[in-house]
Design a binder for this molecule. Structure first.
Ligand SMILES: NC(=O)NC(NC(N)=O)C(=O)[O-]
Ligand SMILES: [Zn+2]
Ligand SMILES: [Zn+2]
Length: 455
């Protein structure tokens, strides 16, 4: 008789190609059996009757701002928030912390903090900024998941956006290193010029903010980056794409054989510019939430399969930086606090649009694992890490008291999802259940060891 650590019985398992009611047996942090009826003893059994089991979310875009600005978020609260939302692996962005992750020392310091404080596995992005092209090699050798650069201003003096030559030299080097360059693609000249004019004329409303970051700023930056990638052969990943023309430009480049992926975030598909007007700065992000009509076009492109993955871009700050009484939207921090809701949002979107729940696993786990070569993750399969999330299909209205992020300000407060996270299991440990985090296990930094051949 096999002895398992955990058996999950009777759940609808979201596999790669089908959803089937079966049992899962877990041993030593790995999935060791998936059968109609797993025979054996176990230290613990969970009955997941009428519930769905998804592979743990891999959220490739989060800002935890530690070290240096852990009062904005941090590995401890941030990773617990991720776990509460069904995420078992996240990638932390190289900016907002101090220092930025742009050299070996900063990377290793951040990794060692994460290894102590993170309750789930994590990867770290390295930054490409003016002046650090020569550091990219050592960062790649230590196992950054990829590099990130900003084409627009970052709002962060410790992390400068790239000029065009840095972008070209950086792409050439990243291509040689066999890594992916993630881009925040909005044109710096267009957005800065428009923003400066708005501020000069005292035009400081939500509408002015939207007008200062038009879709064409994204379109221009995406096209420029694609042209540079064509010359340098650099694999690209476009983060938080928010406008239909940009999606179509990327689609065209993919059809031409270029190695490019793109993500969008739940907030671009669930919320719109009216939320910025009504809720104020908590709904401010860059690129901005779009008008309803544009949002709907973006949802259609999601339904058509034009995105590769959904990530949160969890980018919080202190409440005073989002003060709703602020009369100048330009001075508020841009970033949505939403890391807890990537899975629930994707399920909502999929159900609303009559798509299969198989798509949820693809966008939130399988495709990210494949793109970033996380060998042991991304699917519910024997021998993969036992990173699982159990979801019940009961409506869940988000209350501030249920937020695990450091600050309890989020555009999602008051939003009702059609589903709720019951349990999150990370490497076989039941990390989240009954609305609580069970601390005691630690995540691992997915450095070079974990990043081998694609799944
Ligand atoms: N410095 C940031 O964290 N910026 C982030 N802010 C957003 N998206 O509003 C981002 O990803 O660009
Ligand atoms: Zn960005
Ligand atoms: Zn971001």
């Amino acid at each position: 008789m096999i002895e398992f650590d955990l058996i999950i019985k009777n759940g609808f398992i979201v596999l790669e190609k089908e959803i089937r009611k079966m049992d899962i047996g877990i041993r030593n942090g790995k999935i060791s059996a998936i059968q109609d009826c797993v025979e054996g003893t176990a230290k613990r059994e969970i009955d997941a009757l009428n519930q769905y089991i998804f592979p743990g979310v891999i959220d490739v875009h989060a800002h935890f701002s530690e070290p240096g600005r852990e009062f904005w978020e941090g590995f401890s609260t941030g990773s617990q928030m991720m776990a509460a939302g069904g995420c078992t692996t996240y990638f932390d962005m190289p900016l907002n912390g101090i220092p930025s992750t742009i050299n070996k020392k900063a990377l290793l310091d951040k990794a060692s903090i994460g290894e102590v404080k993170s309750c789930v596995d994590f990867g770290l992005w390295g930054g490409l900024v003016p002046g650090n092209v020569e550091n990219l090699k050592e960062l790649a050798e230590l196992g950054v998941v990829g590099f990130k650069a900003f084409l627009s201003e970052t709002g962060n003096e410790e992390f400068q956006n790239v000029d065009d030559l840095t972008l070209l030299y950086g792409m050439q080097e990243i291509s040689k290193l066999g890594k992916v360059l993630a881009l925040h693609a909005e044109s710096a000249p267009i957005t800065s010029w428009l923003q400066n004019r708005k501020i000069k004329f005292g035009q400081l409303s939500a509408d002015d903010y939207l007008a200062s970051r038009p879709a064409i700023a994204e379109f221009e930056a995406v096209n420029r980056a694609i042209a540079y990638a064509q010359i340098t052969n650099c694999p690209l990943h476009f983060v938080h794409i928010s406008s239909p023309d940009a999606v179509l430009a990327i689609q065209k480049a993919k059809l031409n054989g270029m190695d490019i992926t793109l993500e969008t975030c739940p907030h671009y598909l669930l919320f719109n510019h009216d939320d910025l007007i009504e809720k104020g700065a908590i709904a401010k992000c860059a690129p901005p939430l779009r008008e309803e009509e544009v949002k709907q076009q973006l949802v259609s492109l999601f339904v058509e399969g034009k995105f590769d993955m959904i990530s949160s871009d969890h980018s919080p700050c202190t409440p005073d930086m989002k003060d709703s009484k602020m009369h100048n939207i330009f001075t508020a921090w841009g970033g949505i606090s939403g890391g807890q809701f990537t899975l629930l949002s994707t399920i909502e979107l999929v159900l609303q649009n009559n798509m299969s729940l198989l798509q949820v696993a693809k966008y939130t786990s399988t495709n990210p694992a494949h793109r970033f070569k996380l060998k042991g993750k991304g699917k519910i399969e024997v021998e993969k890490d036992a990173d699982l999330v159990i979801v019940s299909m009961e409506p869940f209205k988000v209350d501030e008291s249920e937020l695990f992020s450091k600050h309890k300000l989020s555009i999602y407060v008051g939003h009702t999802f059609p589903c709720r996270i019951k349990q999150t299991i990370a490497r076989g440990n039941v990390l989240f259940e009954n609305g609580q985090i069970n601390l005691g296990t630690r995540g691992e930094w997915l450095s070079i060891k974990a990043l081998i051949d694609a799944v």
